[in-house]
Ligand binder design. Structure first.
Ligand SMILES: [Zn+2]
Length: 590
């Protein structure tokens, strides 16, 4: 897609972003709204294209203008090349303090070629804002939760992917200049778009020494020659030539040689152990910006970082040495099982065990250093081509070619054309376009974005949420009262992951009493048959500052009982203040 295309899409969207009554007059097309989409969206944008960095900011501005009570655009800092790293905060700003509500952090596109994470993140902001007045469940969600959405954390190289000639896999890096081949020159030999079509495709040459023949099913496709069969073609790699005359082709490209998802300060390893880790953890300004933001938001309980591709719901750890605490694994497993239901063709997996070892990855920093329950979805899978795991077994065909023929009518493929190559002479250039294979085709992008959004919103809804279930007051005589409060957390996630508790990452929950002079405070645990089961409750006294009791964790779908001995007869006000579980307050009757 070209820049012009992007801007045209936005210009049309802006034209239609008019107040609803006027629009109703202008729209003669009477309709029945489908479920699962805003009936009358204030921001009319389509999710069948990939937006560049400027468009991401513009969409954020449009959402903020249309939904000032629910949507706010800001920046978490500037990228290497000075682009703003846009963040869209979504919450009901009229209810509570957004920066104190249990929050979900969402980003995408850390790998610059993995573009649709950005659209999924944008879709999430758009859908939640547009649907809150229409769907009670979302309205309640935004009263209770905050979403910090950073659609791209690699904005420089995103624009490179969109606007420069690339393959589906380039660039993966960011734009900080690096001398990949250590010849003293920076970015002197990147790929070359020989036919000038904006895509880096393949080069082939007719050759009796080649080992490939033309497929009888799809003449665009080359297949291995059978034993005894003479080859017709030899492959010469992807489009490019030796720009600097060092005998190597495309060895030092524009977009660096590092991997932004190996640059995080959790089990970071140097380049010779973990390729792409760059010079030291957080050497990249984009990494620093995310870390600085997240460490200042202790209310972030859950996180999602969207990648492509493969159809995976990934959790850490990235390396065998770091197996997650069992209490936390149970929560991940429960969320992952629902995710596999929401996302047909996706599998819930553990990075090191089911994929490969990653040192210094983003999700490991989120969980390891911050105790945040974090998933990384790998968007798009070949399952989606024909909605089956069955592959095309015809040796003369391939599933991506078949899908392109039957559903895209050949649009995803650049036809083979002759060009003169400076070193090879006459060759043919052709192959799959950069936005095919890993990115989602246009007609499927809204559905893919929706399902991934639904999983992440489900995770957000199951982040901790503290409540006060009951307060019992018993007179002890002599002006003393015994006050017993049961606080609970009905959600899957605990207020503190076990990783958080064991490593003292977040402050404890504070359960405090006002309305009397506190003589003693206790955390109770049920004796024998449980607290109300006839056993004798056992109290663990907090001798220092008993009016505010420190509770290390309120478990998921669990409760904690606290008790005070207080001089006074009430009314008493109990407050539960949880860094990741929100705040609850209740006052006893006079
Ligand atoms: Zn990735």
């Amino acid at each position: 897609m070209t820049l012009t295309n992007t801007l045209r899409g936005l210009a049309v969207a802006a034209l239609f972003a008019v107040p609803a009554p006027v629009q109703a007059q202008m729209n003669p097309l009477s309709n029945l709204a489908a479920v699962g989409a805003p009936r009358d969206p204030k921001v009319k944008i389509t999710f069948d294209r990939y937006y560049d960095h400027a468009a991401v900011g513009e969409i954020g501005r449009m959402l903020q203008a249309a939904h000032p009570d629910r949507c706010k655009l800001s920046s978490i800092g500037k990228s290497t090349e000075g682009r703003e790293m846009w963040m869209i905060t979504v919450s009901n700003f009229k209810v509570g303090d957004a920066d104190k509500k249990p929050a979900m952090y969402i980003d995408g596109n850390i790998h610059s070629n993995e573009i649709q994470g950005t659209e999924t993140a944008l879709y999430t902001a758009w859908y939640l804002c547009e649907m809150a007045p229409q769907v009670a469940w979302i309205d309640t969600l935004l009263n209770q939760r905050t979403f910090y959405i950073v659609p791209t954390i690699n904005p420089d190289a995103r624009d490179n992917f969109l606007k420069q000639p690339n393959t589906a896999s380039s660039p993966r890096s960011g734009s900080a200049p690096r001398d990949n081949d250590m010849d003293g020159l920076i970015d002197e030999d990147s790929s070359d778009d020989l036919n000038g079509d904006g895509h880096i495709t393949q080069m082939r040459r007719r050759s009796r020494l080649g080992n490939l023949v033309t497929s009888p099913v799809d003449p665009r496709l080359m297949i291995p020659a059978l034993p005894g069969q003479r080859g017709e073609w030899e492959m010469l790699g992807q489009e490019g030539f030796d720009n600097d005359g060092d005998g190597r082709v495309d060895e030092d490209g524009i977009a660096g040689s590092y991997d932004p998802n190996r640059n995080w300060p959790w089990r970071w390893m140097p380049q010779y152990v973990q390729g792409g880790s760059d010079m030291y953890p957080t050497s990249l300004v984009e990494t620093q910006n995310v870390i600085n933001f997240v460490k200042n938001r202790p209310n972030i309980a859950g996180a999602q970082s969207y990648h492509n591709s493969g159809g995976m719901l990934l959790r850490g750890p990235g390396m065998q040495q770091d197996e997650y605490r069992p209490q936390d694994v149970r929560v991940f497993d429960a969320l992952g099982a629902v995710g596999e239901r929401i996302l047909p063709g996706y599998r819930y997996m553990v990075v090191w065990k089911d994929l490969y070892t990653v040192w210094g990855g983003e999700l490991d920093w989120f969980y390891g250093a911050r105790g945040i329950l974090t998933f990384s979805n790998e968007l798009w899978t070949s399952f989606k081509y024909f909605e089956t795991a069955a592959q095309n077994t015809d040796r003369n065909d391939r599933i991506d070619y078949e899908f392109d023929r039957l559903l895209l009518f050949g649009e995803a493929f650049v036809p083979w054309t002759k060009v003169i190559h400076p070193q090879f002479g006459e060759v043919e250039v052709g192959g799959m376009k950069k936005q095919y294979g890993r990115a989602v085709p246009g007609f499927l992008l809204p559905a893919e974005s929706h399902r991934n959004m639904a999983f992440t919103v489900f995770q957000a809804s199951e982040m901790p949420l503290v409540q006060i279930d009951s307060i019992a007051v018993k007179s002890l005589g002599n002006g003393l009262s015994e006050v017993t409060a049961i606080t609970s957390n009905p959600k899957l996630a605990p207020t503190h992951t076990q990783q958080d508790v064991e490593n003292n990452i977040s402050r404890p929950n504070w359960i405090s009493l006002e309305g009397g002079e506190v003589a003693a405070g206790f955390i109770m645990s049920g004796g024998g048959g449980g607290f109300f089961g006839g056993g004798t409750p056992v109290g663990e006294e907090q001798k220092v500052r008993p009016a505010r009791i420190n509770v290390a964790n309120i478990p998921g779908q669990g409760s904690v009982t606290v008790r005070w001995v207080v001089r006074g007869n009430g009314p008493f006000t109990i407050t539960v203040d949880s860094p990741k579980g929100g705040m609850a307050r209740a006052t006893t009757a006079r």
